[in-house]
Design a protein around this ligand. Sequence first.
Ligand code: CA
Length: 238
Amino acid sequence: MSDANILVIEDEPEIRKFLKVVLTGNDFKPVFAETGKDGLKLATLHPPEVIIMDLGLPDMDGIEIIQNIRGWSNIPIIVLSARGQEADKIKALELGADDYLTKPFSTGELLARLKVALRRARSGETQSSPVIEIGEMKLDLEKRQVFVAGVETHLTPIEYKLLAVLVKHAGKVVTQKQLLLDVWGKHSTENSHYLRIYAQHLRQKLGDDPLKPRYIINEAGIGYKFREKVAVASAAEA
Ligand code: CA
């Protein structure tokens, strides 16, 4: 897991210092850029395994950097942003960022998200099998069947669609808008109450506790995330 090359694009010296201590202390190999331009250059010259980047940079909008990188790479991108910048986070996720951290964030939060991003990067984004198993849940995309602990669970077509979208992006936050678009279509992108209702149905059917969800994690005001695929050893991450 460690010794991974991490590119950090961040203009605030304190945050760079904090990240340097945490990342090198956990055997990662961070490389730092203070501007968007330098960050992009480094990302192109020596593609890292994960990019951690601030959205508010002196020379470029972080959103532009994400767009640029997504034009040629699927390197996981974790965005750093200030509290209250929900719209920016949503935009970053919609353009292909994988996750976000709200400043100030703890060492535990940072490492947990970084590990998920690395697992995604190392397991490969491409879905090679129609059967996806996460924890006790098994989703067969070909037969459109869902099993929990070996027992088939019947889902309505909407519930199934929602689950399939979330699972295909497991470990990654999917925005409300994207979920509404993918599951209900382009005329429903404002109906976030659909999501709340159906996420609750799905949790019930998967045997998930909304207070301590194992599968469907709500990112308040942003979207939902399905638990990542290889999470057996990560129970103590939080
Ligand atoms: Ca900044």
